[in-house]
Design a protein around this ligand. Sequence first.
Ligand SMILES: *Cc1c(COP(=O)(O)O)cnc(C)c1O
Length: 458
Amino acid sequence: MVFTTARPQGLAVLHFITKSENQNHSMHHFHYHGSQLYCEDVSVETLARKYGTPLFIYSQQTITDRFLALDQALSELDHLVCFAVKSNSNRAVLRTVADLGGGFDIVSAGELQRVIAAGGQAGKCAFAGVGKSEAEIRYALEQGVYTFNVESEAELKRIDAIAGRLKKKAPVAVRVNPNVEAHTHAKITTGTYENKFGIAFEEIEKVYARASRMKNLWLRGVQMHIGSQITESTPFETAVRKVGPLAARLKARHGLEFFSLGGGIGIVYDPALESGSPKWWLAGAGRKTLTPARYAERLLPDLKSLGLRILLEPGRFISGNSGILVTRIEYVKRTGRKNFLIVDAAMNDLIRPAFYDAYHQILPLSRKGGKLISSDVVGPVCESGDYFCHDRPLPKVGEGDYLALMSAGAYGSVMGSNYNSRALPAEIMVRGKKAAVVRRRQALEEIHVGESIAPWQK
Ligand SMILES: *Cc1c(COP(=O)(O)O)cnc(C)c1O
């Protein structure tokens, strides 16, 4: 790997990280062999030339490693790791998780259908979300999901009524809002009373008491989820210390089987800010990445005594560092002030920078020496929000060169749109020396295939 380091005196230099260093960070399996970026044992540029760009590439080994790291960290407990499908719903990704014995956190009937199509089991699915429709509840009951994670009393009543009609008992868990600050981006914090998620901590016991009188519900668990991209253990600890005793009381009263801690474990987007790396001092404290081992070490003591099955719902932690978005430089445009690299990927392919001010490391597929140039990487869409970075020191690259937007495996492809009538990119899964197309590039005609003119326009 290579990244840039701004020294205190303002000089930009290239810093190289060897493969073994990267593996110590156990982040992912994208690294340089000589001057070429590889995904596992496959040259990324070879894939870009063969399948075109923009192109999402996923490392199956990375998905596997990340899943197993969490799974093994919880091995002392009865547990199930439910991958959050919304972070990356490609069927090949879901199949990887299913083959590892994982479950799924789903938020719609569409996601449940994908899980089943990918070979996953409905019986290992937790159905989350504040707005489940009647049709979605019916479908999920028919398929036999493990639990409905319920967000309001109105939803409990609706599930009870539908289950009654289908002559089923619906497994439910109520989502507790523990009112804990997660110290993350405002658009991805969910565990405080300022947002729409869950039921307030103080109300929960009364809600369970009322739910216990609904004949078609099976009170199976209790759930929480405090936010996303959380990079320290403290918010999780605070929430578990608060909700754990509540879970114990509910278990005693209603015979609950599980406690879901939600997802939200953060990942490293900028390796230069990790403790011990050359630019760590920019992050202030130079804090350590939140690893599964650390997460488990802090939470296990409180969880063990509960005697409940523990569910986790990680999305980004498993898929985030497992994917990249490869793009080709169309034009280099120098204005008086700026060096713009205009690339063929855009905000419709990866909206995180525009949406969350997100940082993605950007690496050339062919590593070059020489001076770094402060550059803006931008897409072709007619929005100033269509950028991938501003004023970042990057190697000198030209038209036809390729760049990789790193850590694009979560909330990347799934948030893609056809804005500007741009086709959705292809997706490739790599395993060792093998690579396969796991979503073909959308054809232009497919973008408007469902549209027609009104009859009176004929
Ligand atoms: C989004 C979400 C997750 C996954 O969040 P990550 O930050 O990707 O781990 C898990 N559970 C619920 C309820 C969610 O809404």
